[in-house]
Design a protein around this ligand. Structure first.
Ligand code: KIV
Ligand code: NA
Length: 277
């Protein structure tokens, strides 16, 4: 059964951890739902993981809608969060509401996520929440601010920076966010934010205390190998398995071992045509 915001609030209140994983396509989402993942994020990490860009900046609304729709078809009974891509919400409340509405109307996601803890982002959160859409805030290491952060670096490492992140989290809750995601911060900062807020706090690289844990699926199954952050644990070797299968296929086609006509070919049904042989 698909979880709702009520379930997530209860889980957070009772200390039942929320399992959160990114997904970008139909097949992966199907396996995630089978495994019992509570919440799938169609992140704009799509740009790097699935589309091969170097950053998340080039991802468009149309990319996100297409992939969110595919994930929805693969995981019809899982709560899905769609990530608002760069420049889909930065310009104005009107554009933010319009684009958040596209996620809800065209790809049937359950919530949207946007990055940042500035006053203008809080205004966007309020505007989107006001039309009835569940919003997840996202602070700490926020890739859409990579240029200003000087790359993908852990945030909140000084006392001042940590206090600033707690303040941002509180403003985001006040603006009407239903959840918040905290990324790439010391464990004590993840803990402080989780203790301070009453909405569910999800973490990625934010320590063990948060109400739930997120990872990029392609990192944790050993698929995406361009770069692996410190906080990732590998649970499988999908890349190795694919390579094994692809290499064996190459060898067998070249040697003639595949296909074996006694197993992998159709036989003719028509007796007259059998004379062809
Ligand atoms: O795009 C994404 O997958 C994300 C997570 C890495 C937090 O926003
Ligand atoms: Na993202």
């Amino acid at each position: 059964m698909k979880r709702s915001i009520i379930d997530f609030r209860r889980m957070a209140a009772e200390g039942e951890k929320i399992v959160y994983l990114t997904g970008y396509d139909y097949l992966t989402a199907k396996y995630e739902e089978r495994a019992g993942v509570d919440m799938i994020l169609v992140g704009d990490s799509l740009g790097m993981v699935t589309l091969g860009h170097e950053t998340t900046y080039p991802v468009t609304m149309d990319d996100m809608i297409a992939h969110c729709s595919a994930v929805r078809r693969g995981a019809p009974n899982t709560f899905i969060v769609g990530d608002m891509p760069y420049m889909s919400y930065q310009i104005s409340d009107e554009e933010a509401v319009f684009n958040a509405g596209r996620f809800t109307k065209e790809s049937l996601v359950d919530a949207i996520k946007l990055e940042g803890g500035t006053d203008s982002v809080c205004e966007r959160i309020k505007a989107i929440a006001d039309v009835g859409i569940l919003v997840m805030g996202h602070i700490g290491l926020t890739p859409q601010f990579a240029a200003q952060m000087g790359g993908y670096k852990a945030q909140g490492k000084s006392a001042d920076a940590a206090i600033e992140l707690v303040k941002q989290a509180m403003k985001i809750e006040e603006a009407g966010a239903a959840f918040i995601l905290v990324e790439g911060v010391p464990a004590v900062v993840g803990k402080a934010i989780t203790e301070k807020l009453s909405i569910p706090v999800l973490g990625i690289g934010a320590g063990s205390y948060t109400d739930g844990q997120l990872l990029i699926y392609a990192d944790m199954v050993g698929y995406y190998d361009d770069f692996t952050p410190k906080f990732v644990k590998k649970y499988a070797d999908v890349g190795g398995e694919l390579l094994k299968g692809f290499t064996a296929y190459c060898e067998e086609v070249r040697s003639g071992a595949f296909p074996d006509d006694s197993k992998h070919a159709y036989v003719i049904a028509d007796e007259e045509a059998a004379e062809l042989e």
